[in-house]
Design a protein around this ligand. Structure first.
Ligand code: ARG
Length: 264
């Protein structure tokens, strides 16, 4: 995670961002701190990457790397305003003992568009990550990739429309939650085939960034407004854990965007 010390909305690269509207950086930092402390309270380790002045979106760490089995595929941003973030994260990985770090040739916004199910890497395209980056991720990380097409500009990253509730194990397949309307017809059919018992989110669940959630297979950290989705997850035995991310949402981000997962 990367603290939003220099957080601001200075440009608009998604429909949520309005540089004309005020943003309270201290409030963003307080909400982020609460998110970090929530993970620690749940027993997870959190490392911090130092923020850089002039990179107001650097708080969205999920966009800067995909780590599976200790292999790292770095990021290449679509927007020039975010391009420099990728190198800061690359350096962090190298300095923290990750020996297999590859920087991509294709545009790839990392976990913004890549979701690991434990077996497959679900890969979004349509707004940010280039389809050619899906093949590059498959080669670099050595995992099977399934391409999914996003069609609603409000849900410009896969992680705004889908998250993995439980990774696949020997005993059980992965379970995901997603908002079908964010995907093309073909991609919806792919999701139905792969995940027949997915949790289907409503327009209201998606609009408050309810799908930008982080699950450890039991606890699901999600925005406080996502009460409908939380109720359905609780009925399935998950433990919803609410956080207020209202300030970060002004940049089009939520809990998952702030969280790059280190898979060993
Ligand atoms: N303002 C950022 C952008 O548009 C928000 C990124 C949110 N991150 C995410 N994983 N969806 O690039």
């Amino acid at each position: 995670m990367c603290p939003p010390r220099y957080f601001a909305v200075e440009y608009a690269i998604n429909p949520w961002m309005d540089p004309g509207k005020p943003v309270d950086t201290d409030r963003a930092l307080a909400q982020w701190t609460e998110l970090r402390d929530t993970y620690r309270r749940l027993g997870h380790t959190v490392d911090e990457v130092p923020p850089e002045p002039g990179l107001p979106d650097m708080v969205f760490a999920a966009n800067s790397g995909t780590v599976i089995d200790g292999r790292v595929l770095g990021a290449r941003f679509r927007a020039p305003q975010r391009a420099a973030e990728a190198e800061h994260f690359r350096r962090w990985f190298v300095e923290h003992g990750y020996r297999d770090v590859t920087m991509p040739r294709q545009i790839n916004e990392a976990e913004g568009d890549f979701a690991w199910t434990g077996r497959l890497l679900l890969a979004g395209t349509g707004f940010r990550t280039d389809p050619a980056a899906h093949a590059e991720a498959q080669e670099t990380l050595g995992v099977p990739v399934v391409s999914l097409r996003l069609t609603d500009p409000r849900y410009y990253h896969l992680d705004t429309a889908l998250f993995v509730l439980s990774e696949a194990t020997e005993a059980a397949p992965a379970r995901v939650a997603y908002y079908p309307e964010a995907f093309s017809r073909g991609s919806r059919r792919v999701l139905e085939r792969l995940f027949p018992d997915a949790v289907l989110a409503t327009a209201a669940d998606a609009a408050c960034f309810g799908l930008n959630a982080v699950s450890d297979g039991r606890n699901v950290v999600l925005p406080v407004e996502a009460t409908g989705l939380a109720g359905r997850l609780a009925a399935l035995g998950y433990e919803p854990v609410f956080v207020d991310i209202s300030e970060l949402r002004k940049a089009g981000g939520g809990p998952k965007c702030c969280t790059l997962e280190l898979r060993k």
